[in-house]
Design a protein around this ligand. Structure first.
Ligand code: ADP
Ligand code: ADP
Length: 234
């Protein structure tokens, strides 16, 4: 019931150059506990897919259900709750430069009903979880790319999501930092039972961490299955 099920999803943008089909008849089944990769080139439709999953974008046709709810049918309040249940991380980290690591993580807890003391406890537990306990008081400008992404991961997990959506989260990192971030995601998957969706254009990322993969090309899923099978060398 905690999976993400996408069936017949079609999304068209109407722009200056007319109609642009961003997603065409997309079927994807992400089961609870998957580390599921979606790989494709720039412009393939990956961001559109992410925005359809978290309800930031309406769609023309088909169905997107997250934890049993049809995203297109949710009210504004229900959408907020849905998004709280989906942690998101990005290529650009999206940290606030004026706040420390701890301050950035705390941002995700400000509209919870926790007291300041409870928030502080939770923030330090979250920073501990991502291996950044000693950087709580550092500002983003004082952190490496990998450390910034760890702060962003801590923030994404603040409200105990069951799903973590990673949108090109390692694309700005060098290979060894990428490896350590993927190792962290794998550990969070194992320890917290997180379902993880990895959006990337990097094959190496898929091979390192994903048990299943969908290949998207010009808005169409061209291959889908276990990573081992899809990328098996013939
Ligand atoms: P990706 O994330 O894989 O790079 P996108 O989902 O951003 O792909 O884009 C898929 C296609 O939809 C591209 O051709 C892109 O130009 C187009 N597109 C994306 N967003 C918009 C928009 N807001 N208006 C018009 N076209 C868009
Ligand atoms: P609550 O906030 O509901 O009181 P806790 O924070 O005490 O719960 O954590 C309950 C369980 O969730 C613990 O087993 C803990 O390891 C785990 N946990 C802690 N932080 C997170 C997190 N960010 N995401 C998911 N699970 C977490």
């Amino acid at each position: 019931a905690n999976g993400i099920h996408i069936a017949g999803l079609t999304k068209t943008y109407i722009g200056d150059e007319g109609r642009k089909v961003a997603l065409h008849d997309v079927d994807i089944d992400i089961a609870e506990g998957d580390v599921y990769g979606v790989i494709g080139l720039s412009g393939a439709g990956k961001s559109t897919l992410v925005r359809c999953i978290n309800g930031l974008e309406s769609y023309d046709k088909g169905s997107v259900t997250v934890r049993g709810h049809e995203v297109g049918d949710l009210s504004k309040k229900q959408l907020r709750d849905l998004r709280r249940g989906i942690g998101m991380i990005f290529q650009s980290f999206n940290l606030m430069p004026s706040r420390t690591a701890a301050g950035n993580v705390e941002l995700a807890l400000l509209d919870s009903d926790l007291t300041a003391a409870q928030r502080a406890t939770r923030v330090s537990r979250l920073l501990d979880l991502v291996g950044l306990k000693d950087k709580a008081d550092s500002y983003p400008s004082e952190l490496s790319g990998g450390q910034k992404q760890r702060v962003a991961i801590a923030r994404a997990l603040a409200n105990n999501p069951k799903v973590l959506l990673s949108d090109e989260a390692t694309s700005a990192l060098d290979p060894s930092t990428t490896k350590s971030i993927l190792k962290l995601l794998r550990r969070l998957h194992d320890d917290l039972g997180l379902t993880i969706v990895i959006i990337t254009h990097q094959m190496s990322v898929i091979k390192q961490i994903c048990n299943r993969v969908a290949v998207i090309d010009h808005g169409t899923i061209t291959e889908e299955g276990r990573t081992f099978d899809v990328f098996a060398n013939p």
